[in-house]
Ligand binder design. Structure first.
Ligand SMILES: [Cu+2]
Length: 444
């Protein structure tokens, strides 16, 4: 499938049209129990004159029997009880997502964000999902991993007619299992997922005591191909993705996961990219306790520090936070912790470039050629630090600054911050870890 410039002019018009109709999301409008309470940079769509969608105006009328998941850099969708049915409103539409300060992307998503809000319910609930299509093309929603009547499975052409632009369809079913699931289109899937249409669907166990944790986080792995200097992902890309994200945010724009020493922590990760991601956590071994197929029986779990998450898979892992500190959590494919500049850089390691500078200066006297990369690529981070000009709307190859200098990571990287003295009921970012005296690697 190819999109030429004209298609995107059409899409541009659709984006403008949709801007008048779509919800105008600010984090404060989506505060919920699992939210950290701070003002977030969810999107840059912040014009207060714009009308809120019905979904943003509905608040739950009953208390929650579960500990809500925390969606990294995201939010959980409110519902309304209607005669015993939990009713959720979902609007598929073009959205603007800030991937990190300095880079915004024209995505497609749900209810103003990409990924869409996390849907949360309880095993045994009957749910009604009202889906309105404000995308410029038809769509459907597939409820990935859920056991449901075949006609609710959301496969365009197979189990239903696709939802045309402007149409609203209703999905309704009873949640027969608990666990971690996803939702995404099953219509022009390649384009719509490459543009960011995806979200998580969490079903809590009916018995609040089963599978209980103190902190419960979720996010989706998503990848994009956004050429430096442009604003719209290339949806015909098959392998050349250059943005690797957690919930369509890249480090240092990704929330840290803040926990207290002694907390039992669950991290649920879904993969809707086109490749696998070995997700690695420092400091604590963990066990995979849940997949999109259900809960892993206790006697079938084994310890890991990296879990490879395949395409279209969910893995939820758990650990007890025993070790204080700032622990890295990242994809172990090192080019997935890099920004978009990494892909067109020639390999200069060990290459003597001195006379190259001279030759190029002779050829192009007005062009300043800078020899780089001879001793590795860390110096590129220094260039970014010095304010080397990047193309418009892109990010440096390696970003993120820590208390000891540049972290040299971008993309799929964040931190699990474990603290003894995290005040009760406060999981706000505690800042950098201050190491006990004598516990930092030292120079000899
Ligand atoms: Cu990866």
């Amino acid at each position: 499938m190819r999109h030429d410039r004209r298609d995107f002019l059409g899409l541009g018009a659709a984006l403008i049209a949709s801007a008048a109709l779509s919800p105008n999301l600010k984090a404060s409008e989506h505060d919920h129990a699992g939210h950290e309470g701070k003002k977030r940079q969810l999107t840059l769509v912040n014009d207060p004159k714009r009308v809120l969608s019905p979904a943003t105006l509905i608040t739950p009328k009953e208390g929650k029997s579960y500990n809500p998941v925390v969606t990294l850099n995201g939010w959980n969708l409110p519902y309304e009880m209607k005669e015993g049915v939990k009713e959720f409103h979902i609007i598929a539409e073009p959205v603007v997502r800030e991937f990190a300060p300095g880079m915004v992307v024209n995505c497609w998503g749900y209810n103003g964000t990409s990924p869409g809000p996390t849907i949360e319910a309880v095993e045994g609930d009957r749910v009604r999902l009202i889906v309105s299509n404000k995308l410029p093309e038809h769509t459907t929603i597939h409820w990935h991993g859920l056991i449901l009547p075949n006609g609710m499975d959301g496969v365009g052409g197979l189990t239903q007619r696709a939802i045309a632009p402007g149409e609203t369809y209703v999905y309704e079913f009873t949640l027969r299992q608990s666990g971690t699931f996803m939702y995404h289109p099953h219509a022009d899937e390649m384009v719509q997922m490459a543009m960011g249409c995806m979200g998580m669907f969490i079903v809590h166990p009916k018995k609040p005591q089963s599978h209980k944790v103190d902190r419960d986080f979720c996010f989706l792995l998503a990848s994009y191909d956004v050429a430096p200097g442009t604003y719209t992902p290339n949806p015909s890309t098959m392998t050349e993705f250059n943005i690797w994200s957690f919930n369509s945010r890249v480090f240092p724009g990704i929330d840290s996961m803040n926990v207290r020493v002694g907390d039992r922590v669950r991290i649920r990760v879904g993969n809707l990219t086109m490749t696998n991601h070995p997700i690695h956590m420092h400091g604590h071994p963990f066990e995979v306790t849940c997949t999109d197929g259900g809960w892993v029986p206790k006697n079938a779990r084994w310890p890991e520090v990296t879990i490879d998450i395949g395409v279209g898979q969910v893995r939820a892992f758990e650990f007890v936070a025993t070790e204080e500190g700032d622990w890295s959590l990242h994809c172990h494919k090192s080019h997935h912790t890099m920004g978009p500049m990494g892909h067109s850089v020639p390999n200069m390691i060990g290459v003597k470039q001195d006379d190259l500078t001279e030759k190029i200066s002779d050829l192009m006297p007005n062009y300043m050629y800078m020899p780089m990369g001879k001793n590795g690529m860390a110096e590129m981070q220094d260039m970014a630090e010095m304010g080397m000009k990047l193309p418009e709307n892109t990010l440096p190859m390696m970003t993120g600054k820590g208390p000891f200098g540049p972290i040299e990571m971008g993309g799929m990287f964040t931190l699990v911050k474990v603290r003894k003295n995290q005040p009760k009921d406060d999981y706000s970012d505690p800042g950098w870890y201050s190491h006990p005296k004598g516990s930092i690697a030292r120079k000899l």
